[in-house]
Ligand binder design. Sequence first.
Ligand code: SF4
Length: 247
Amino acid sequence: MTFASIDHLVGSGTPASRPRVAVSSCLLGINVRYDGGHRREAFVADVLGPRVDWIRVCPEVEIGLGTPRDPIDLHATGDPRRPKLLQGDRDLTSRMRSFALGRIAELRAREIDGYILKARSPSCGLAHARLVRPDGYVERVGTGIFAQALKESWPELPMFDETDLDMPLVGLARAEWIFVMHRFRVGATDPEGLMRFHGEHEERIGLRDRDALPELRSVLASAGEPSERIRQYARRLSRAFASIPAR
Ligand code: SF4
């Protein structure tokens, strides 16, 4: 993936207007993993890094666990969305859940434009984390506790994991999702800004999700409260850019 191709999609922003993006700290090369290492991802650190302002988050370190530390696993309960987070016999589930709610509220207050998460982690993984069944059988079907809280409480936030960035087309689409939502946040703050944003992005939205256009136009034409219209537009816009473009 080249710098030229990403600049074509994200546009050239001044440093003052760069997106604010939360990221699993280990993806930036910070040694916070349980084994004392990191999982630096070149596209995140080297390609996106100079174009965004990072907010680094390591839920396991931020709940007070040291580095290195004993590994943690998700353990199945009756509810697939509510596994336990265990470090040996130590149950960290409620500590991680209450930390997640507070940290997510803080990220909302800081108006982040997206979140890049570490795949397969029992805390940060959006999917494919190890899930230990009561009989000891392990399946790669878990969602990390922090990631689950993020998905449930902020579904319209652009979020994805680093495995998407292995595929150039998908990686570019994910980057574009963040940059479009950032331009929306800073530009569509009132009805005039919303109309201007729509005019400037209509063609691009149609390329990503043709069905979104009539729905967005009907939001623009509705007579509701401006702030509610902006919220509705943002939700549908984010869904349009969450889709993966056809090859
Ligand atoms: S995956 Fe998440 S919890 Fe694990 S080291 Fe990385 S940032 Fe920390």
